[in-house]
Design a protein around this ligand. Structure first.
Ligand SMILES: [Zn+2]
Length: 242
């Protein structure tokens, strides 16, 4: 990690009064927008996993990169509820792609209106086309102006595939959650005598029974290093092209 000042100014946007927001903003005009879902993640994990994970990761990132972390958005399209061939119909709130698109666009507009230079949008839910819609709105917004740059990404897109791969309620996501929100996971609710499956357990990816908070902390460290670099390169580019 690069040599940053030991105390980086950051905060939770909704909990701050204007003077504190302005103090942090003056040092770090970066907003973090964690984007989650309320989606069934098996019997072993909280349904808010995607937003809890994204919010927890944004907070850890803000501690080193500085800036203001917005509360997570829990509006998602293309949840497991709508996946063909699967019977996981309960415990997911599924919203339309039109609403998602509109919410993304208006958040980007409003955060640009607040003069943030970088809006780091972290998609905890990467169901498709949900994820592509948010990336598409970011791209369109960036093409239309040059004072605010929207980054739209996901934790697994910033981390080497050797460390963690895209998954649902499996080793990667569950380890992240054990690190950020340990009270939202219960590994004892996974089957003891067989490998969990997508059909029976809503698990897609490596066996979540191997998850741990230690692994989650390692994944988080890899995420923070990569995301920090991306944000600082983006700020440098914006400020040199003025
Ligand atoms: Zn998830």
């Amino acid at each position: 990690m690069s040599a940053k000042p030991s105390i980086t100014a950051w905060g939770l946007y909704e909990r701050l009064m204007p003077a504190e927001i302005e103090r942090i903003f003056a040092a770090h005009p970066t907003a973090y927008l964690p984007w989650g879902a309320l989606e069934y993640h098996g019997k072993h994990a909280a349904i808010g996993l995607d937003g809890l994970k994204a919010h927890g990761l944004c907070m850890e990132l803000a501690k080193v990169s500085g800036g203001l972390v917005l509360p997570p958005i829990y509006v998602a399209a293309n949840t497991i509820k709508t996946a063909p061939g699967l019977e996981h119909k309960r415990h997911s709130l599924n919203f339309s792609e039109e609403l998602l698109r509109e919410l993304a666009r208006q958040h980007f507009e409003q955060l640009a209106d607040e003069k943030f230079q970088v809006v780091f949008t972290l998609c905890g839910h990467v169901g498709q086309p949900h994820y592509d819609i948010i990336k598409d709105e970011a791209q369109k917004f960036n093409a239309g102006q040059s004072t605010t740059h929207i980054i739209a990404t996901s934790e697994t897109d910033l981390i080497s595939k050797d460390i963690v791969i895209v998954n649902h309620a499996a080793l990667g996501e569950i380890s992240f959650l054990m690190h950020t929100d340990p009270d939202c996971v219960d590994l004892s609710r996974l089957p003891a005598d067989r490998v969990p499956t997508l059909e029976d357990d809503a698990v897609w990816g490596p066996d979540p029974r191997e998850s741990s908070a230690t692994k989650g902390a390692e994944y988080t460290q890899a995420f923070v290093a990569s995301a920090q670099k991306l944000i600082s390169e983006t700020l440098t580019r914006l400020n040199s092209s003025e």
